[in-house]
Design a protein around this ligand. Structure first.
Ligand SMILES: Cc1cc2nc3c(=O)[nH]c(=O)nc-3n(C[C@H](O)[C@H](O)[C@H](O)COP(=O)(O)OP(=O)(O)OC[C@H]3O[C@@H](n4cnc5c(N)ncnc54)[C@H](O)[C@@H]3O)c2cc1C
Ligand code: FES
Length: 347
């Protein structure tokens, strides 16, 4: 057989069929068919292209990293479309809407309007769009070109869709490419953005929500909270915001401000370091109230650095916590630096 039929089932119920040539990867076949499946690195590193294979046989090879797809996920039927070579007709559930996938990745020019330094912890970066504002879903991210470096970095919108000023919450990494640029960035600087990207976005709200944020993983939740406030969401929302050091707790006043707009919002901050005098110490998993899990009838959203995301997922597995739906985003370091990060984690 020279090609296989691949059914792509999108989250909004639309199904598209594509032909995948023998030996061709699903992501490439979809691209030929002018369907932009979620992706970033196309190299088995970022995990953005993760989907669920519902039927069919395929080969994933071994050219991807554990942070992108763990063995457990693979055994559970998850695949990376950038690595997946079908060996039969297949059905793949795409965790994104068909509209998002048909919209090509666009480039946007923006002008920095504010750079707000939060000690050595984080930077709030705001920018005005020079022309059209990107249309995105709350929770999605863009790639921002770091001026003068030839490199880009990924950042989740902390602002909500539909605003001409967009904002980001960015962790300061000593010596990091973007972090170093941000030390001297100022209003008026020009930036190029590519996107929007990602399948970590707020779905239809039909039950209580539990948001778990690690460090600057708070960013997408600020965007989601604004959308929930705009739509006068009636469901219970509980946010747990965990950081390493006291000074990493930034934008707490922004969360507090949402309480006036979202009467059903509760939140807790948690600091991990032993020296902290914060009232809640340890990990986010130690501060999940039983009622926030609502006997499993809850949609959980989790975002932060890979070790934190992995720890929470392991905790849920170990404790047998099975939420109605579970969405997560790992702030995996850029592909060109990921090997360093993975080695450091293993050491
Ligand atoms: C989908 C997605 C969304 C993201 N959204 C955000 C966001 O909203 N806010 C945000 O702050 N970050 C976010 N990130 C991470 C971000 O893209 C960069 O990796 C991060 O900002 C570091 O960039 P840098 O150029 O300053 O450092 P780099 O030049 O990329 O890294 C310098 C060195 O530090 C290491 N390093 C990188 N990140 C970390 C870390 N967190 N802890 C310890 N060491 C590290 C690298 O491996 C490298 O050795 C996101 C990542 C992804 C994949
Ligand atoms: S696009 Fe497949 S892992 Fe990054």
């Amino acid at each position: 057989m020279s090609s296989f039929k691949i059914a792509l089932n999108f989250e909004d119920g639309v199904t598209r069929f594509i032909d995948c040539k023998a030996g061709e990867k699903v992501l490439d076949a979809a691209f030929r068919a002018k369907i932009n499946l979620p992706m970033d690195c196309s190299d088995g590193v970022c995990g953005t292209c993760k989907c669920r294979a519902e039927s069919g046989s395929y080969d994933l090879g071994d050219d991807y990293i554990e942070d992108a797809l763990s063995d457990d996920e693979k055994d559970g039927g998850l695949v990376l479309t950038c690595q997946m070579v079908p060996q039969s007709d297949c059905v793949i559930a795409i965790p994104s809407s068909s509209t998002a996938c048909k919209t090509g990745q666009s480039q946007f020019a923006a002008t920095v309007s504010k750079v707000e330094q939060h000690n050595d912890a984080a930077v709030v970066l705001e920018m005005n769009m020079d022309a059209n504002a990107p249309v995105f879903l709350p929770g999605q991210y863009v790639n921002i070109d770091v001026p003068g470096s030839g490199q880009h970095r990924s950042y989740s919108f902390s602002s909500a869709p539909g605003e001409s000023t967009i904002s980001f919450l960015i962790k300061k990494i000593p010596g990091g490419v973007m972090s170093t640029w941000l030390e001297t960035a100022q209003a008026g600087d020009k930036l190029n953005l590519h996107g929007p990207l990602g399948s970590f976005y707020l779905r239809d709200v039909q039950r209580p929500l539990l948001f778990l944020a690690g460090g600057t993983g708070l960013a997408p939740f600020l965007s989601m909270l604004e959308v929930l406030a705009r739509t006068h969401a009636q469901q219970q929302v509980h946010l747990i915001y965990g950081v390493t050091r006291d000074l990493d707790l930034v934008q707490v006043e922004a969360i507090e401000a949402f309480r006036a707009k979202l009467p059903n919002l509760t939140y807790a901050t948690v600091v991990a370091e032993a020296e902290s005098t914060h009232p809640r110490k340890g990990w986010v998993t130690q501060h999940i109230p039983a009622d926030a899990l609502n006997d499993g009838d809850v949609d959980v959203y989790l975002c932060g650095p890979p070790p934190m995301v992995d720890a929470v997922r392991k905790y849920f597995d170990d404790e047998g916590v099975k939420p109605h739906s579970f969405h997560y985003e790992k702030f995996t370091p850029n592909a060109s630096t990921a090997t360093t990060a993975t080695t450091a984690k293993a050491a």
